[in-house]
Design a protein around this ligand. Structure first.
Ligand SMILES: [Zn+2]
Length: 296
């Protein structure tokens, strides 16, 4: 079973991203793309955060899409830390429990552009931990002109959240997370796709290997880069963290056919056929870990 842990779609595609001819893929376009490359099911992450979405989506829209294609799509919910009351003690659990009862298996992609240790964000973490859903997040390197939870080089704020919310499962994603796979990441390249050999001891690798509640979402160019920029390291890491890594694409538009839809899938398929990773590792990363984590 091949499961995409990270995708975005809209019933009604809506306006294009400013300055481009692209907008979100429809569920039907996604299914066509998935059939081409052999992806069975996908987790839809609702775009509720104004920092990221060029137009906003409701969780109910995602639930409806999943109801129309129950064998293909799995719903996550999403809640902005300022929702409900715009206070750091708002009862976000009220929303989360409703979404969970409606079938949502997790929350994300959290792209609110606030620091990891902001009281509003900690309130969200607290309620998500209590309700018991895994949480997918994007990391930003700055406030303003960016989207995602803000952290510094080497992710000290995220690391404190991992300790402070030990029962909250984090699905880590984005350039500023995966650039930390290598210990030589710098302030200059942490928001991008650093190339070349991985230096042992990177924060991302350490966090995943040493904490039960930290998982790696391998979607997008960032996750693909983390395991493929230095293939020897990538194969070692896939073996070591085989229970903690999840295949994903982060398709955001029909044009993603040529990149994120196929890059990681091809890398994993070739690594398996060349004997660089075992069938067991492949099966877990490509879908088995998602089945276990989300209780599918
Ligand atoms: Zn995404």
């Amino acid at each position: 079973m091949v499961i995409d842990i990270h995708v975005h779609t809209r019933h009604m595609p809506g306006p294009n991203r400013p300055g481009t001819d692209q907008t979100y893929a429809t569920p039907e376009q996604l299914i066509e793309m998935y059939d081409e490359v052999g992806i069975d099911r996908a987790v839809i992450l609702p775009g509720v955060n104004p920092e990221c979405s060029h137009h906003i989506q409701s969780v109910q829209d995602v639930l409806q899409i999943c109801e129309m294609h129950p064998d293909r799509f799995i719903p996550f919910c999403n809640v902005h830390p300022r929702q409900v009351k715009n206070t750091p003690d708002a009862d976000l659990g009220h929303l989360l429990r409703w979404f969970k009862d409606a079938g949502c298996r997790g929350i994300g992609e959290v792209t609110a552009n606030m620091p990891f240790d902001d009281p509003y964000v900690e309130n969200l973490f607290h309620h998500v931990e209590e309700v018991g859903l895994p949480l997918t997040f994007h990391v930003a390197t700055q406030e303003g002109g960016a989207y995602g939870l803000v952290d510094d080089l080497n992710l000290p704020r995220f690391e404190r959240a991992v300790q402070k919310f030990p029962d909250l499962v984090f699905l880590c994603h984005s350039q500023a997370f995966w650039s930390e796979i290598s210990a030589d990441v710098t302030e200059e390249n942490r928001a991008g796709y650093p190339e070349g050999p991985v230096v042992e001891g990177g924060t991302a690798a350490e966090l995943i290997l040493n904490n039960d509640n930290v998982y790696g979402d391998l979607s997008a160019g960032s996750g693909f880069n983390a395991v493929s920029r230095d293939p020897e390291f990538g194969w070692w890491f896939l073996e070591e963290a085989q229970d903690k890594l999840l295949f994903g694409t982060d398709v955001c538009a029909p044009k993603n056919r040529s990149d994120v839809l196929i890059n990681l899938k091809n890398f994993l398929d070739e690594s398996l056929s060349d004997g660089k990773i075992t069938q067991q590792v492949y099966d877990k990363v490509i879908g088995g870990n998602a089945v276990r984590l989300l209780g599918l």
